[in-house]
Design a protein around this ligand. Structure first.
Ligand SMILES: C[S@@+](CC[C@H](N)C(=O)[O-])C[C@H]1O[C@@H](n2cnc3c(N)ncnc32)[C@H](O)[C@@H]1O
Length: 335
């Protein structure tokens, strides 16, 4: 998965085109509507208020085209040093149109040491490489990728201890033969973000669920590919040509955050954006649309209408609104 997505010579994210755009392979909340970034600006303002440090930093990891950062920074009231961390060279190029070029980087290691502020990751964690564990009796087998007759195949091997430990903690109740995606890299990513964050908040938004719900719902696991907005072929069929993704196991991220002493909130996107004022904003747009319908410019009315309908999809309870939201806070001194 790491090679297929990130290999410098042919990885899906490291090859030339920009993936998270309307004519790309998947459509994310900030690509659907600028109201996503505008609404999250309030989240960032609120969190920065609780951080006493004046040189606060905002980091978006996996920032894609900049469609979240652009509207967010244009709306934000608090001055902040904004950074983007992006694995894709094409996305970094696009982000240089939103941020000063030296604030766009490919690694958390290039951020300014330990900092206070806010870190945002929208639809990043589902792309971090997983191991595959299969329930066998009381234990686990792993599936590695091998080559047979020039074709990639899955090969059963004894599970590494760290994989079996993770699967015991966050992969149950898996039935015999049930498949679990072991999300060690997601945990390492969150740990390395929290190590850098002296005070502030990490906001993770993604599809996924708690361990228990994931295993009840998907005994064959959730690993899948996307291409051109549709489910793609088997992940082994065309490595480098498709997005490979899993449902995020939020129980594992919550356990890791709590282990570091951080405070955790878990919600749905619908709940977060509603609490930040998006429903009120939609109500205002509806009034404006009605006023324009009575005696206004029809083109202006259409513009408002599409802004409203796009933003409504961010709250859809069976769509983007059902995405999970994890807020991890540490070391804050409340004003
Ligand atoms: C599904 S896209 C989401 C883009 C953007 N956050 C959005 O919501 O439109 C995932 C993005 O994360 C980037 N990415 C994946 N793994 C990464 C990593 N380990 N570090 C930084 N960026 C990464 C990819 O290049 C891609 O742009």
């Amino acid at each position: 998965m790491a090679a297929a997505l990130y290999d410098p010579a042919g990885g899906f994210f490291t090859s030339r085109s920009l993936r998270s755009v309307k004519d790309g392979d998947f459509l994310t909340s900030p690509e659907v509507s600028p109201l996503f970034g505008q609404t999250l600006a309030k989240f960032v303002d609120d969190e920065l208020l609780a951080v006493s440090d004046r040189g606060a930093v905002l980091v978006e990891v996996g920032a894609g085209s900049g469609s979240l950062l652009g509207p967010l920074l244009a709306t934000l009231a608090t001055p902040v040093e904004a950074w983007a961390v992006e694995a894709s060279p094409a996305a970094r190029q696009a982000l240089r149109g939103v941020l000063p070029p030296d604030r766009v980087t490919d690694s958390l290691d290039r951020l300014p040491g330990r900092f206070s502020g806010v870190v945002i990751a929208n639809e990043l964690v589902d792309n971090l490489p997983v191991a595959l564990a299969v329930r066998k009796g009381e234990g686990w087998e792993e599936r590695w990728v091998g080559v047979r007759g020039g074709t990639l195949v899955l090969v059963p091997v004894e599970a590494r201890p760290e994989v079996a430990d993770w699967a015991d903690r966050f992969g149950l109740p898996a039935p015999e033969g049930g498949l679990v995606e072991v999300q060690l890299a997601a945990g390492e990513w969150l740990r390395s973000v929290l190590e850098r964050l002296a005070a502030g908040a990490v906001l993770v938004i993604d599809y996924g669920d708690t361990a228990e719900n994931l295993e009840r719902r998907r005994v064959d696991g959730t690993l899948r590919t996307y291409r051109a907005h549709h489910l793609g072929p088997d992940p082994l069929d065309e490595p480098g040509e498709t997005d490979i993704t899993v449902d995020v196991n939020f129980s594992a991220l919550i356990a890791l955050a709590e282990q570091t002493g951080a405070a955790v909130e878990y919600d749905r996107q619908e709940g977060l954006l509603g609490a930040l004022g998006l429903r009120e904003r939609l109500r205002q747009l509806r009034y404006r649309e009605l006023a324009l319908a009575r005696d206004g410019d029809p083109m202006e009315r259409l513009k408002i209408r599409s802004l409203r309908t796009e933003a409504e999809t961010l709250l859809h309870p069976r769509g983007l609104g059902d995405f999970r939201v994890l807020v991890v806070r540490r070391g804050q001194t409340l004003a």
